[in-house]
Structures are given as structure tokens and as C-alpha cells.
Write a protein of this length. Structure first.
Length: 175
């Protein structure tokens, strides 16, 4: 009941065009350009969308820092779109999807892991399991604001806990 009152007082609207009803409308989401970037032939890396795109930036900020789960359907739409256009070939041979874990303190603050939400959206159309126990965070890291400090910030921050049968398998790491 209280949610309906909030929806009436503060209707959800598209962060790009202002259309009412969704955090981001399908037309605006469909216009976000794909940004496949691949580096290193051995460790394939891809960014599905440009993080600098205003709608992508807003959706990620809203779910990650504001806790607005109403951004989830829009992010799911973007992930499914990427998987349909590029992900099927990019992810060929993968046996599981592994989300980057949050430190326990940050998980308690936020209440959810946004990487796990994105991992579920990637895994579903690919028919892959999401394996949250295969990677754990061994220490707390600072929020990352610049690309140049990312490597040093996450150095020795994770521990892989792959079951014996999964060692050597190809996994998709989602962050």
C-alpha cells in the first residue's frame, strides 16, 4: 500500500527522456550503443556498454550507491541485449558465471551485490549456473574512482575457491 502512495507522489520516470512508468524506457535503453572492447587474446575482457554513457552511468549509480532496485529491470534489459548481440559468441565455452564478491561490510551496507544481479542476467539466457562460492573477497578495498588505481587496489583482495572439477574451466567473471 505504501509503495502505491510513493508511486503516486513520486512517479518513476525514465532517467533519459522523462517518460513515466519505468526507471529507463525501452526506447532509451535500445538506443544505448554497445561497447565491445576486447583485450588480451588469452583473457578475453569485454565491456558491454560505455560506462560514460549518461543512462548507463545513472543506472549503475542508482543501483550501486542509492540502492534503487527499480534500476534492475533496465540493467537486465541491457545485459540481455548484449548477450543476444555479442555475448553468445564471446561467452562460448564458458561453464559458469562468477560475480565479483563484495566485502561483507559493504554487502551489509548495500543489502545486495550488484555484480551478482548482473551475473544472473548474463547467466539466464546462456543457460549457465551462477557460482557465488567460487570467489571470495579476502580484504576490504577502497571504492575505485580512477582506472589507474584499480590494479593496485584489488591486488590480493580475492581468493579463488574452485571445486576440483571446475579447475581449468572457462568462467565468466562479472563485475
Amino acid at each position: 500500500m505504501i509503495e502505491r502512495v510513493f508511486d503516486f507522489l513520486f512517479p518513476i520516470e525514465c532517467g533519459a527522456c522523462g517518460a513515466e512508468g519505468r526507471h529507463a524506457c525501452e526506447a532509451c535503453l535500445s538506443s544505448v550503443p554497445l561497447a565491445p572492447r576486447f583485450w588480451d587474446a588469452e583473457a578475453r575482457v569485454a565491456a558491454a556498454y560505455p560506462y560514460g554513457h549518461p543512462l548507463v552511468r545513472r543506472l549503475l549509480h542508482d543501483i550501486k550507491f542509492e540502492g534503487w532496485t527499480c534500476a534492475r529491470p533496465a540493467l537486465d534489459f541491457l545485459v540481455r541485449r548484449w548477450v543476444a548481440k555479442i555475448g553468445m559468441s564471446f561467452c562460448a565455452g564458458a561453464s559458469a558465471v562468477v560475480p565479483v564478491p563484495l566485502h561483507i561490510e559493504r554487502l551489509k551496507e548495500r543489502g545486495f551485490n550488484q555484480a551478482a544481479i548482473l551475473a544472473e542476467a548474463v547467466a539466464a539466457p546462456l543457460g549457465l549456473p551462477v557460482e557465488t562460492a567460487w570467489l571470495s573477497r579476502s580484504r576490504k578495498t577502497r571504492p575505485q574512482t580512477a582506472a589507474e588505481n584499480r590494479v593496485a587496489n584489488v591486488d590480493a583482495a580475492f581468493v579463488a575457491r574452485l571445486p576440483f572439477a571446475a579447475r581449468g574451466a572457462c568462467v565468466l567473471l562479472v563485475d
